[in-house]
Design a protein around this ligand. Structure first.
Ligand SMILES: Nc1ncnc2c1ncn2[C@@H]1O[C@H](COP(=O)(O)OP(=O)(O)OP(=O)(O)O)[C@@H](O)[C@H]1O
Length: 516
């Protein structure tokens, strides 16, 4: 170990067990983590949350030595006052010296071994040391016998804590899923970690198992002195047990605070519910915090995410990283929105807060690498939805209208409409009630199309007139698939703004989600 990876400090002088400073991780051209800074305080449960592809696991992989960060510093302050720079430690030394343990998204137990054996294997290093790395253990060398008895005691202790002691001699693979999760945590605890990193421990658990998990984590926090860093999508777990929540989106921190402040942070709600730009104001209004609305218009404050000079304003990775066409790796906002229409429709009828976000993952991981939503050039030969009349097989003259000039049709909806043969304003302008209902059913927006008056807007636009909203789209203030306003080739609006050099410009006050 290099001298620079460990420094001595005065014991007990640092409340932060983990300090992540200006962490960046790049995979080729993809910036998975950009200039991320946060702290996990000693004795607390810190949750790292964010939509799929936000970079949470990458942060874990940097902390636990699986990845060496491209930039930044990760400092682990142990209780005895020693300090480790994790990015410089060889990864096998991170558990042993820095006392960081982790679990993975997918369960990694020895399923053929008993529960007890799984917990003893975790203490293998300690037992090897006691045997003097010789066969003395086999001959009952007293030091080894003592260490072995202690290991069994410790294993039993954690089996009891995890409510698994009755099954100590069963194969781990026979346990129900939730119990296997708790066993993994018990196993990690047998290594005596000061920081326990848990990657989605509640994934796939039923509500009863989630409660048992919560109880175990609270017990660890209250009795063991181990601090916990948690990646979790299940908001019932995050909000109930976390002391501190850090929210990532596109590898950047968008919020950082206690659960209450984070759950009502409009940036977080927008990121989780996948709100279109033009809908942000609606969400903010639902949140009901005019101060926050004002603050969002001004820009981030230093207590919530990085300062104005940092990457927060740079927007999604897609805006800042150029690749040659065909190999662009996107972390598309649209992609994470697409799977959330149902959740959003549900959320609309509930008080808007993170508590209303479904416990399930927002979208499949695969969608994170999808290209941005594009305005479809042609419709499928036989669109499945027959309810919408006036459908076309392809846009007239090969060029579709920019449907995102209608308030309420974002890039994702435009793509869906294109897929169902709707390309032009006059098609929407001619919709009858039954067409509106069919479109609402397809887009899963009960009553919304009528509320947003798509048909009325479409009538004006089909006559070549503008609306307040379409003018904002044309001016590049609203995300659109058409960089030059009314038609033109499909490109992510944000990318278009990046190309035009406006990426870092926060929308001006009052410009987010302006009214028609
Ligand atoms: N080894 C890798 N090589 C290339 N890209 C990677 C690698 N690991 C992660 N990424 C990319 O980095 C981004 C962040 O991924 P990461 O798995 O950290 O996100 P996450 O927030 O943990 O997502 P999830 O909630 O789905 O697990 C994604 O775009 C992902 O495709």
């Amino acid at each position: 170990m290099s001298a620079s990876s460990i420094q001595k400090a005065n014991p007990g002088t640092n409340d932060a067990i983990l300090q992540v400073e200006h962490l960046s991780m790049k995979f080729g051209g993809l910036v998975a983590i950009g200039d991320l800074s946060f702290q996990a305080r000693r004795g607390e449960i810190t949750a790292l949350i964010g939509p799929n592809g936000a970079g949470k696991t990458t942060v874990f992989n940097c902390i636990t030595g699986f990845y060496k960060p491209s930039e930044g510093m990760i400092t682990l302050n142990r209780q005895d006052g020693s300090t480790y720079l994790l990015e410089r430690l060889p990864n096998h030394e991170i558990p042993a010296r820095a006392k960081v343990a982790r679990t993975f998204q997918n369960i990694r137990l020895f399923s053929g071994m008993t529960l007890l054996e799984n917990l003893l294997v975790a203490q293998h290093n300690k037992l090897m040391k006691a045997s003097g790395y010789t066969v003395l253990g086999l001959f009952g060398f007293s030091g080894y016998r003592k260490a072995s008895a202690e290991s069994i005691d410790l294993a039993k202790h954690w089996l009891e804590k995890a409510d698994l002691v009755d099954r100590a001699d069963d194969p781990a693979g026979d346990l129900p899923y939730g119990a296997q999760r708790r066993l993994e945590i018990a196993r990690a605890m047998c290594t005596g970690p000061e920081l326990l990193c848990l990657d989605e421990p509640a994934a796939g658990l039923n509500p009863k198992e989630s409660l048992a998990l919560n109880a175990l984590l609270m017990d660890i926090k209250n009795t063991s002195g181990t601090s916990i860093l948690l990646i979790e999508h299940d908001m019932s777990v995050v909000m109930q047990i976390s002391d501190h929540v850090v929210v990532l989106e596109y590898g950047r921190k968008i919020s950082d605070g206690n659960p209450q402040s984070v759950r009502t942070d409009p940036r977080v709600i927008a990121a989780y519910l996948g709100v279109d730009d033009e809908e942000v104001e609606t969400v903010l209004t639902e949140v009901g915090d005019e101060d926050v609305i004002e603050q969002l218009d001004i820009g981030p404050d230093s207590a919530h995410g990085p300062g104005t000079s940092s990457s927060y304003l740079a927007g999604p990775v897609t805006d800042t990283v150029g690749h040659s066409e065909g190999e662009r790796i996107m972390v598309s906002k649209g992609a994470s929105k697409a799977g959330q229409f149902d959740a959003r429709a549900k959320a609309a009828s509930q008080p808007t807060s993170l508590a209303a976000v479904p416990a399930t993952k927002p979208t499949a991981k695969s969608s994170a690498a999808r290209p941005p939503a594009k305005s479809s050039a042609k419709a499928p030969a036989t669109p499945k939805t027959s309810g919408i009349s006036n459908r076309l097989a392809a846009p007239r003259g090969g060029t579709a209208d920019n449907l995102t000039r209608i308030k309420g049709i974002g890039t994702v909806n435009e793509q869906k409409l294109n897929q169902h043969g709707i390309f032009h304003f006059d098609q929407i302008a001619a919709w009858k009630k039954s067409d509106v209902e069919a479109a609402e059913a397809y887009l899963a927006f009960d009553g919304r199309i009528a509320r947003e008056e798509w048909v009325e807007q479409a009538k004006l636009l089909s006559q070549g007139k503008d609306t307040g909203f379409s003018r904002r789209v044309d001016a590049g203030k609203v995300e659109t698939s058409h960089p030059s306003g009314k038609t033109a080739k499909a490109v992510s609006g944000k990318t278009a703004r990046a190309v035009s050099g406006k990426t870092a410009a926060k929308p001006a006050a009052g410009k987010r989600g302006g009214r028609k």
